[in-house]
Ligand binder design. Structure first.
Ligand code: FEO
Length: 177
C-alpha cells in the first residue's frame, strides 16, 4: 500500500486538527455545564470530548499505517461562555453538521485521488456522523420538553450523567474499532 498523496495528506492533517478542535470545544462546553450546576451534562460533554480525541487518533493511526507523515496544526481557542445548556446543545448540533461536511469533503478528495483504502476507512466516519447528529437532535428535543421545569431538568441531567466512558483507543488498528 502506497502513502496517501500530498493533497489528500494536507486534507487529512487539517481534518485531524478539526477533530482535536471538537475535543477542545466539547471540553469547554463541559466546564461551562459544570459552572451552571449541571454535572450530568458536564460529564456527557467530557465523554464527548474524549470521543473526539479517539476520532483524531483513528486518523493518526490510519496515516501511520499508510506510512504517511502526520503534521499537527495549532488548535484554535473554543468559545468559553454560552447562553444556556440549550445553546450548548444547539452549537453541538451545528458543529457536528459542519464536521459531517468536512468528512464528506475528505471522502470527495479520496475519490478524486483514486484512493480506495481511504474511502473504505472513511465509511466508519460517515456512519458515525449520522449518529452524532441524531444524538444532538435527541438531546435538544429532550431539553425542549423539560423547558421551564427545573425538576425535570434535574432528572434529565441525571440521565446525561449515566453516559458510559468513551471506548479506549485500540492502538495501531484503531481504524476498524
Ligand atoms: Fe468526530 Fe463528533 O465527530
Amino acid at each position: 500500500m502506497t502513502t496517501v498523496n500530498t493533497s489528500l495528506l494536507d486534507a487529512f492533517n487539517r481534518h485531524i486538527n478539526a477533530e482535536f478542535y471538537s475535543s477542545y470545544l466539547y471540553l469547554s462546553m463541559s466546564t461551562y455545564c459544570d459552572s451552571i450546576d449541571l454535572p450530568g451534562f458536564a460529564h456527557w460533554m467530557r465523554v464527548q470530548s474524549e470521543e473526539e480525541y479517539t476520532h483524531a487518533m483513528k486518523f493518526i493511526d490510519y496515516l501511520e499505517d499508510r506510512d504517511s507523515r502526520v503534521s499537527l496544526l495549532p488548535i484554535e481557542q473554543p468559545p468559553i461562555e454560552f447562553d444556556s445548556v440549550e445553546d450548548v446543545m444547539r452549537q453541538t448540533l451545528a458543529h457536528e453538521q459542519h464536521v459531517t461536511g468536512l468528512i464528506n469533503d475528505l471522502y470527495g478528495a479520496a475519490t478524486n485521488a483514486g484512493d480506495y483504502a481511504t474511502q473504505i476507512m472513511l465509511q466508519w466516519f460517515v456512519t458515525e456522523q449520522i449518529e452524532e447528529e441524531k444524538t444532538a437532535r435527541d438531546v435538544i428535543a429532550a431539553l425542549e420538553m423539560v423547558k421551564g421545569r427545573s425538576d425535570a431538568l434535574l432528572l434529565l441531567d441525571r440521565e446525561m450523567g449515566a453516559r458510559p466512558a468513551a471506548s479506549p483507543i485500540a492502538t495501531d488498528t484503531a481504524t476498524t474499532a
